[in-house]
Design a protein around this ligand. Sequence first.
Ligand code: HAM
Length: 519
Amino acid sequence: MADHRRQFRAIKGTRDILPPDSALWNWFEQTARDLFESYNFRDIRTPAFEDTNLFARSVGEETDIVHKEMYSIGDSLSSNLSFARWMLSKSHETSVRTHDIQPFWKSVDSFLRACDEAFASEEIGRKGDDDVQCFEKIKAIRSEAGNDPENTEDAAREILSLANTIGLHGLMSLRPEATASVARAYIENGMQTLPGNVKLYYIGPMFRRERPQKGRYRQFYQIGAEVLGQSDAPAIDAEVLEMLVVFFKRVGLTRTTLYVNSIGCKECRPKYVEVLREKLREVKDQLGPDSQRRIDTNPLRVLDSKLPEEQAIIAKLPRISDHLCAECREHFAKLKEELNMRGIAYEENWRLVRGLDYYTRTTFEVTAEGLGSQNAVCGGGRYDGLVELLGGPPTKGIGFAIGSDRAILSIQEGGTLPHLSGLAVFVAWMGQAAYPTAVHITRKLREAGLAVELPAEEMKFKKSLGLADKLGARYALIIGEDEVAAGTFTLKRLADSEQKKLSEYELLEYLESERRGRG
Ligand code: HAM
């Protein structure tokens, strides 16, 4: 027999989250929702894909995330325009072969018509005017070349290259993270006019083309929170960190460490980066190729290196804490005071620079046990210039994202698993006369908030109870002809086989109080 499981498989780096694990995921996410809302954060849902430039500009073009790991959709054009473009290059080949340029001009005209339609439907030309400019240029070349048969070959080549870029100005990428999206949404929706700080949270999948391994996926899930507004008071940072620490405690992830650092602002950081770069140049020969390259592109990232042979060298490098400007030093000192006042345990880590370019001042990470090398379960920090960089008003910002896959893995591998209620009642009905009563009581129990399974077809008593057991039901509700005649129900607790005869009223009372007790 063919093995149907093998025909299609989830794409590398992606996976299914199945019951019963999905119940643990739901509980994990619901705990975040309840807690974050108690800190007055509110849910924001942004699209799963955005303009590629949004991520390039905010996360940074030189970062691994943007440079190597984004899933981008290169040609998002409709089949009409794609076909017209394909025809253009085919007819060019034919024209060169036959020395007859006429078919090429014909396909240029068709291509321009397809562009017109694509502009009309706003498929192209919305982002900047690059598409419009290319289009106008093709039109101009087309009309000039018609009058100047000498230059047709050059004109044709130029048209081909212009046509190839139309539509690519709107490159899209699956989001590798959501801070950039939240900042974009904040600007686009004029959220700076909302009263007070804007406190948002999100839950959803992110996409990075990383090498899959334990705790590292290509589609993974984050729970993030962001605070945007006019204030950069250290108390905001502290409250965000408090919320994070309380969350980890609430979900039973106790073996975690919070690391904090300050990486300065746009005044003091560039000066420190130069000092660091100078020092790195002196020890360049002792560094590996990645760090050598980073001396020029992003010297801070050298501090992130995990290479054992570089550790002793890095330990002797100049530290940012000695180069912070007075304001940044004070901000960091106040944050630490606040954390102490709130009883939040943390460790300072001067090497915590993070792999995204938008950070200023506070950066932090939480690691958990039982995860191997991918042990960061949360990362975050302040990003005071980001909204402005994306064209918005001067705005301060801070936030974090929890990696749910890793956090849940860590809970499963050593944390305290919650008791999730699962199936409460299996309705074991026998005889067609019992069926309407079974349907009726099932609906009532479900309305009372209980999870109930009602077999669609009549089953033998023994089989019925066997299935109830396998499904993990806590109770079997037995409804046979006797029960129907007496107007009662038999409720059997499956853990110890204790049985009760109850009226409908008593049954509902009993199960509801049992549910409240568990809740
Ligand atoms: P990040 O450090 O890139 O920060 O990601 C946050 C967390 O997402 C990581 O600590 C990790 O738990 C999880 N994560 C990242 N990549 C993967 C992966 N391939 N597989 C599984 N889990 C992964 C950010 O994304 C920032 N947007 C956080 C932030 C919000 N900063 C300010 N606001």
